[in-house]
Design a protein around this ligand. Sequence first.
Ligand SMILES: [Fe+2]
Ligand SMILES: [Fe+2]
Ligand SMILES: [Fe+2]
Length: 393
Amino acid sequence: MSTSESAIELHCRRTAAVAVEVGMRAGVDLAAVRRAALLHHAMPGPVPGGCAGGGIGARGGGGLGRLAWEVVCGEQARDIHGIVQISNLLDEQLEALEFEYRDMDDILDEIQSFAYFEGFDAALVDHLRAMRCRDFAGHLKLPVEAGSAHRVLRTLRADPDTSIQALEKIALSDPVLTGCLLGVANSALYGRAYRVGTVRRAIASIGLIAARRVMLAAAMKPVFAGPGMKRLWTHSVSSAPLTAALAETTGLLNGEEGLLLGLMHDIGSVALQFLPRETLACYRRLMESGCPQTYVEHLLLAQDHGEVGAELLVQWNFPEAFVEAVRFHHQPERSASSVAAMAYLAEFWSGTDEDMHSFGRVEVCLSRTGMTQEDLIELRTQDAALHALRGVA
Ligand SMILES: [Fe+2]
Ligand SMILES: [Fe+2]
Ligand SMILES: [Fe+2]
């Protein structure tokens, strides 16, 4: 998504993406729907929901507005106008979620209740309802590689003072851990004239704390190895040092827990790759057309990947505070947890486009974690070993 696009252009793009999906189900000309939605702020006259744009069905609409819609949409102008209206109303409601959380069914009921006064066919809203995948929970799982990742995480978390011998034993049990430790120890970061050839020497040379952190990250790497997961892995391993630094600055978690939170925060997105095929195709189309990930998730699943990931972490017996932070890392206003606020700040500061950026949320989260904007700006990602891991990943 381009940052040079104005808020209104982004709104029109999202409206067009949703309108095309509704148009597919309503059987109208998709090129015309897309064009009309992209242009709906340039049409003359008022459109319900506070937008500029001309109406057809709307009471008081007509005249120049009607002519404009007929030029853009042809014979299907009335249906297409209704589709753009409901898509526009939906976008406004999803944009407002940062101020007041509302259930997706309530949002759709309210949009449908506008039909009579706004002059669109109420049945069009049923196409939005039909996009919802209501029984996805049974489809969600993690790749088989998650089993060994879980074992490593459990072993490392059980003993924060692991000896070099114990770390070596864990590392030797998994070729990915071995490879990553050797890769980091031999990376340019450490600038050695000789190559480190054994796991024990690799751990000794980078230090126990860095070795534990590299192993935590390396254990998670195969979980993100599926098709299309590379970008998510890069994002996770990049935001982990940032979350660790935030955790240490705020004192809310220790650095290693922060690192783990950064590595795990989007684990729900991995599970969503196992959505039913039709829903997954719609999910990808909407994102490719300009809708942020959490926006699409609310529309199709009535929850976001944070909520999905939290359920997986419950199964892995992560502490409640950690689960809460993952659950609400895109909706910190729904939780009193300062760790969730910290996770939001880390997600925001990593520059991700998973949600619609909200400076209101940033302000609330800064105050809840006792930080200032200056603290956030000055925060540096210090974990050089993890950066090296990204290089060998
Ligand atoms: Fe609009
Ligand atoms: Fe996320
Ligand atoms: Fe993320």
